[in-house]
Design a protein around this ligand. Structure first.
Ligand code: ACM
Length: 686
């Protein structure tokens, strides 16, 4: 798919007049400090990796993986397997010099910094811990370049450490199950961009995903047979640890718990039968917080799970507790009144205190979504903000450690630039330094109502790279154009490692239309995208039993054409006489408008392909309006008012999904229209 996008974009390279800069750095995330020097270290089959300091099995495995990835990158064997060497390193070696193992169980205090010095004589990676070395190895692999003659690492000096200690990704495996191999690919990608927390959302209304030996009906009745065995959980935790990634489990409660009660209805607010919930949103039952048996059950369950998850933190969910389930149960209401809890928030705080006490017995610190914020919350609780950034500040002001997720919901299908331009701290400048220090970092969230194991990676990547950089790099690193340039490279790196960033499109299209030439659809995918979360789904499947194998699933968020148009429009706004920008816009608009007859031909072959018709029509019309607007702007003419009004009206319609997909470039064409409708553009064109 990338190649396909590239095809369209490469054809435009001439018109785009891209700056032919000398290989700017492709590092993502940007390191805290980097100084380039003259010279280079040639990399070939004689390059050796040497472990010069502390070594353990984790470090050796990491070096072997790096060696293997380097060999694949340069298409030559890299010999001299990693081993301990006290002797002076060989010439042109990549020397790894680590002081010690780091924490036995990785925590937020883990030292992740490293330094990397590369000269023509060799490279030296130094770190206090193995995790620091893992981060440095990823940097080193990203630095490999080539010219006509050889591969090399540029001479430089990097000193790097993360801005925030908590840099995570939540993956929801309840709404759609994600197999082990996919989770491993995701962990590989996370390691590549230096993320360090895998937040595993393991239970919800639509599925309970871990084997419980103590309460086997949880996974037997609550998962459709799609769950992780305890051995598999251990495997993922070990795989993550090998990559310097903590695994924080979430068992969401007291709401989002329908799937628990298929096997154990006695702890629910409602009498059986209770089935796995197939619809999105809303629970069929939640935990009854008034019965002692509920806490005994939860305590025994947690006691069974604790050995699987060594991380010091434990996520209890706590979001979207539907009070109607408590209010609708006379016994619960009577208990609440008898015990003096004035409302359901107080009742949930009671539940949370009980949970916290259970977790504290196991040495765990409790995390919950921002609904748990309540004066009665135990002091060590961590609050994760999802309903709005203000909850981060509210939590910190009340003295709770806090994580930001609200702006980083990947299922909202926003462009990478939106994720990138959020900063967890500056908007709360009224916070004291001590309160600011309570912001541990944040997590992007991949909720899985509308993604399957086949498509999740294409929604996670490459946009997660933008969040990873925000959480790792200095706050001054904010150049969006630079980010998009490196995000493209990241997408290729990930795809090259086996992560399915864009390749899902070809696979889904092959299944949707075997033997059909679907290039027009792939071209369409450069400018259309899935709807935003909450937008009209127009007949798209909205429950767990529908296969996610339609065109909307084959499409991708933030398609390449959107950023291209945004950039070109910005150039035209600055200079209406920018001929290269004008010509590029006209070429792309023409290509998109010419897709329509080709899509119409395909639509005649399959109802699934016919789903492309409304959005192909809308894209063609958007492109025509764009073409006309460019004409007015570059001719210095004001567009006739009637035309402008009609065009604006039409574009407004295209902001909504057309069928199951939406046009991604409408906002930028509206900017062109505004430029065309204004006075003759003599200054900045706006
Ligand atoms: C959430 O999105 N309900 C945490």
């Amino acid at each position: 798919m990338l190649t396909c996008v590239r095809g369209l974009l490469a054809a435009l390279a001439f018109w785009m007049a891209l700056p032919a800069s000398a290989q700017p750095s492709s590092l993502l995330p940007v390191p805290s400090s980097m100084r380039l020097a003259d010279g280079r270290l040639t990399i070939d089959s004689t390059t050796r990796f040497e472990i010069a300091g502390f070594a353990d099995a984790r470090l050796r495995r990491a070096v072997e993986r790096a060696q293997s990835r380097l060999a694949q990158r340069i298409s030559q064997p890299v010999t001299g397997a990693a081993r301990d060497t006290a002797r002076v390193p060989a010439a042109r070696a990549i020397t790894i010099d680590v002081a010690g193992a780091g924490m036995t169980v990785q925590g937020i205090e883990e030292v992740e910094g490293y330094s990397l010095v590369i000269t023509s004589q060799g490279a030296t990676l130094r770190s206090a811990t193995v995790v620091g070395a893992l981060r440095g190895l990823e940097t080193m692999l990203q630095l490999v370049e080539g010219d006509g003659g050889s591969f090399f690492l540029p001479s430089l000096e990097i000193h790097d450490a993360p801005r925030f200690p908590w840099r995570g990704l939540l993956v929801d495996v309840s709404r759609h199950f994600m197999p082990l191999e996919q989770l491993k690919r995701t962990l590989d990608g996370m390691a590549l961009v230096k993320l360090n927390v895998f937040h595993w959302h393991l239970s919800d209304d639509q599925g309970f995903r871990v084997e419980s030996r103590r309460f086997p009906l949880l996974h037997q009745r609550g998962s459709d047979g799609l769950f992780y065995t305890q051995a598999q959980v251990r495997e993922i935790v070990a795989y993550a640890r090998d990559r310097g990634i903590r695994v924080v489990p979430e068992f969401d409660m007291p709401g989002h718990t329908t799937a628990w009660f298929v096997g154990y209805p006695q702890y629910a607010t409602k009498a059986p039968p209770i089935a796995i919930r197939r619809e999105w949103g809303g629970a069929d039952a939640i935990f009854d917080p008034t019965r002692e048996e509920t806490y005994t059950f939860i305590a025994q369950f947690i006691a069974e799970m604790v050995p699987l998850f060594p991380d010091p933190y434990w996520h209890i969910g706590g979001d979207e507790v539907e009070a109607k389930h408590w209010d609708g149960n006379a016994r619960i209401v009577a208990w609440r009144t008898r015990h003096g809890y004035k409302d359901n928030a107080a009742l949930q705080a009671h539940f949370n205190r009980r949970l916290s006490a259970i977790l504290v017995r196991h040495g765990k610190r409790m995390i919950g979504w921002d609904e748990i914020l309540h004066p009665d919350l135990p002091a060590k609780t961590v609050v994760q903000s999802w309903r709005g950034v203000q909850y981060l500040a509210n939590s910190a002001r009340q003295g709770f450690a806090a994580l930001l997720s609200a702006p980083w919901y990947l299922d909202y299908m926003k462009p990478a630039s939106d994720y990138y331009t959020v900063d967890p701290v500056p908007q709360f400048d009224e916070l004291t330094p001590a309160q600011r220090a309570l912001v541990l970092g944040g997590e992007a969230c991949m909720w899985a109502e509308f993604v399957s194991d086949e498509t999740a990676e294409s929604r996670i990547w490459p946009r997660l790279g933008a969040v990873a950089e925000r959480l790792w790099s200095p706050r001054e690193v904010t150049d969006v154009a630079e980010m998009y340039r490196r995000l493209d490279i990241l997408a290729d790196r990930l795809e090259g490692m086996g992560v399915r960033v864009g390749s899902h499109s070809a696979r889904l299209l092959a299944r949707i239309a075997p033997g059909v030439e679907t290039a027009p659809i792939e071209s369409l995918f450069t400018a259309v995208q899935p709807p935003r979360f909450g937008q009209a789904t127009n007949g798209r499947s909205t429950n767990q039993l529908h296969p996610l194998t339609r065109l909307v699933d084959a499409a991708r968020p933030d398609p390449a054409g959107r950023w291209m148009i945004e950039r070109l429009v910005r150039r035209l706004a600055l200079d209406p006489q920018d001929v290269a920008a004008r010509d590029s816009l006209l070429v792309v608009f023409e290509r998109w408008s010419l897709l329509l007859p080709r899509v119409e031909a395909l639509a005649a072959t399959s109802p699934t392909l016919a789903e492309a018709l409304p959005v192909a029509r809308a894209l063609a019309r958007t492109a025509v309006i764009g073409t006309e607007a460019v004409g007015f702007v570059t001719a210095g003419r004001v567009a006739p008012a009637d035309w402008a009004r009609a065009a604006a009206e039409e574009l407004r319609r295209y902001e909504a999904p057309q069928g199951t997909l939406r046009v991604a470039i409408v906002a930028d064409v509206r900017k062109l229209l505004a430029m065309a409708s204004a006075q003759p553009a003599t200054s900045d064109g706006r």
